[in-house]
Design a protein around this ligand. Structure first.
Ligand SMILES: C[S@@+](CC[C@H](N)C(=O)[O-])C[C@H]1O[C@@H](n2cnc3c(N)ncnc32)[C@H](O)[C@@H]1O
Length: 357
């Protein structure tokens, strides 16, 4: 597993825990920028923080490791389950009795996943396991154990899916380069992932809370976070950046597709995308303005990138309407796209825009 090196974290200190956080292949994850984000957070005074667009929860986990009170939010259910498992959860893990119950395939269950995703994703055996384990997760009485089991399952599904996105389906032999992640069954992955995620559960002596809300529905008046970390999706230069398009399978799995309508005319059996104003040129600027206004009592940190719209100058000027001091930190960064044979790299500047006062 790829490890983070955080030189500023003393070995054995509570912040050192971030080194155990598993890398989740998630679009826009700040995993690789964590040391830089940590350095910036460390220079600021605050006790509580709201990670408004938590995604893989790696920034929430950094904040938890820094012993802050963390509010972690994402409007995707699967992402908020990850936060529930590793941020809000203080001590519950999946023990050996839970694990044998979860792995029991001799149970009566629905076969929705086998019916719906046959020849779309995974092997028949993997789909069979997914139906059984979904049923078994619902039998765990603790919501934290359920969230932890789902988190282990999401990472298992991502590892087993070539390129880690659910935009490609059918015969995926051309992606099979013999990698261990593609050879293991989802069940084998799940057993490993349960152990990995059990290991990241800890109590930082704070009441951390997870939300599954559109950011504009969060009650800042009630929770009053000292600092708000904002990492919204970017309006992309081309293509689109829809999270549902890439992760619809995990979002469906998080609720066994209850309440979600499958778009039957799509090859990969997608669910409907969720509107977010940050993804469109027409709506992004107003959304930033309203978001900065909503959290104007808190210190703001916005993660941004030079290949996104609106540009840095526009964003800092919007933030200046709400904050008396605005500072920009920047870091050159290389993104890798594509698979092994067609890797392309794009150089961008990553920014942290910090608003105070
Ligand atoms: C760039 S990612 C965040 C990545 C995260 N910081 C990490 O390191 O993994 C943006 C996230 O915002 C979420 N999102 C988009 N629009 C949202 C909205 N209006 N309210 C809440 N979450 C939203 C997406 O589901 C996605 O997980």
């Amino acid at each position: 597993m790829e490890q983070l090196i955080l030189p500023s974290f003393e070995k054995g200190s509570s912040s050192d825990r971030i080194n155990n956080y598993p890398l989740l292949r998630y679009m826009g994850s700040k995993y690789k920028l964590i040391p830089w984000i940590h350095e910036t957070l460390n220079s600021l005074e605050f006790n509580s923080a709201f990670d408004a667009f938590a995604g893989s929860s790696v920034v929430s986990y950094l904040l938890k490791s820094m012993n802050k009170r963390v509010y972690s939010n994402d409007f995707l259910k699967f992402s908020s389950l990850i936060s529930k498992a590793v941020i809000e959860n203080k001590s519950e893990i999946i023990d050996s009795t839970d694990l044998s119950m979860l792995l029991n395939e001799n149970v009566k269950s629905d076969n929705f996943i086998q019916k719906t995703f046959n020849q779309v994703f995974y092997s028949k055996d993997d789909l069979f396991f997914l139906d059984k384990v979904s049923h078994n997760i619902s039998r765990l009485s603790s919501p934290y154990k359920r969230a932890l089991a789902y988190t282990a399952l999401f990472r298992s599904c991502l590892k087993k899916q070539p390129r880690g996105v659910f935009t490609i389906s059918g015969n995926l032999d051309k992606y099979n380069d013999g990698r261990r992640d593609l050879r293991l069954t989802i069940k084998q992955h799940f057993i490993e992932q349960v152990a990995i995620y059990n290991n990241v559960v800890f109590d930082n002596d704070q009441e951390n809370i997870t939300f599954n809300l559109d950011i504009f529905d969060f009650s800042e008046k009630m929770y009053k976070p000292d600092l708000v970390y904002l990492d919204p999706p970017y309006v992309p230069p081309s293509d689109d950046n829809c999270y549902i398009k890439r992760y619809h399978f995990l979002e469906g799995l998080s609720k066994y597709w209850n309440g979600e309508e499958i778009m039957e005319n799509t090859k990969v059996k997608k669910i409907k995308k969720k509107f977010t104003p940050f993804s469109y040129r027409k709506t992004a600027i107003k959304a930033f303005d309203e978001m900065f206004d909503k959290f104007n009592d808190s210190t703001l940190i916005l993660s941004y990138s030079s290949n996104a719209y609106p540009d840095l100058e526009t964003l800092t000027s919007i933030m200046r309407n709400h904050k008396s001091s605005v500072e920009v930190k920047s870091k050159p960064y290389k993104y890798h796209f594509g698979n092994h044979s067609t890797v392309s790299r794009s150089k961008v500047n990553e920014y942290l825009i910090i608003g105070q006062g």
